[in-house]
Design a protein. Structure first.
Length: 216
């Protein structure tokens, strides 16, 4: 059985859900059908704690995690609810420790090289670079030159149009949010398009990972 980290490294895409209502199960199934198995339910989404086990049990092949986890209590709550990975917009060492001790993948939010190194030394196997739109792909190349052991995931401003740029710059995966998962795209009438867009996004990441693309 593959781990959440292995699934991240394989698919290369994390779908971030930040809605005014719980994620509909059919929308989660549409994402998985398109090859995106990692679904991050942010705690700012109503009913997120209840949705974690609900989506996990109703959608075979899904890896359901929690986002916007800001403190130790929230980390314990989402892990108890069954979150298979935990994401934060900032680095909190206690959150990373709780995840590490529980055997749950943790991706704290970082922006500077100093924050990245501190989070990695604390035990974070994946680093969410947020807000990535403020730095751009070239920043990843600069940071990874002296610290190639870091697994960086851009979050904020990532889209189908630029996902490949981030991967070619060295990103381990990409995190896509409201530009991809929003009230319109999760509507029942648009689920076919959601699957196709998910497939296109996973395909763009796979293409960007080829040796020829990376060195272009």
């Amino acid at each position: 059985m593959t781990t959440p980290l292995e699934r991240v490294m394989t698919s290369g895409v994390i779908a971030v859900v930040r809605l005014a209502h719980p994620l509909p199960v059919p929308a989660a199934k549409a994402l998985v059908a398109g090859g995106i198995s990692l679904i991050e339910l942010t705690l700012t989404t109503p009913g997120a704690l209840d949705s974690i086990p609900a989506i996990a049990s109703a959608v075979p092949g899904s890896i359901v995690g929690a986002g916007t986890v800001l403190d130790a209590a929230s980390a314990r709550n989402v892990i108890a609810a069954g979150a298979q990975f935990v994401v934060s917009p900032a680095f909190d060492e206690e959150v990373v420790r709780i995840c590490r001790d529980s055997g749950v993948l943790c991706a704290p939010g970082v922006l500077t090289p100093t924050e990245m190194l501190h989070a990695w030394r604390a035990g974070a196997e994946l680093l969410k670079v947020f807000p990535s739109a403020q730095v751009g792909p070239s920043f990843f190349r600069d940071v990874l030159a002296p610290m190639p052991f870091l697994r960086l995931v851009p979050s904020g401003g990532v889209s189908l149009a630029n996902a490949g740029d981030w991967i070619r710059a060295g990103a381990a995966a990409v995190s896509v949010g409201t530009s991809f998962i929003n009230a319109q795209t999760v509507n029942e009438s648009n689920l076919g398009a959601l699957t196709e867009n998910a497939r296109a996004l996973v395909g763009a990441v796979a293409t960007a990972r080829t040796p020829a693309a990376v060195h272009s």
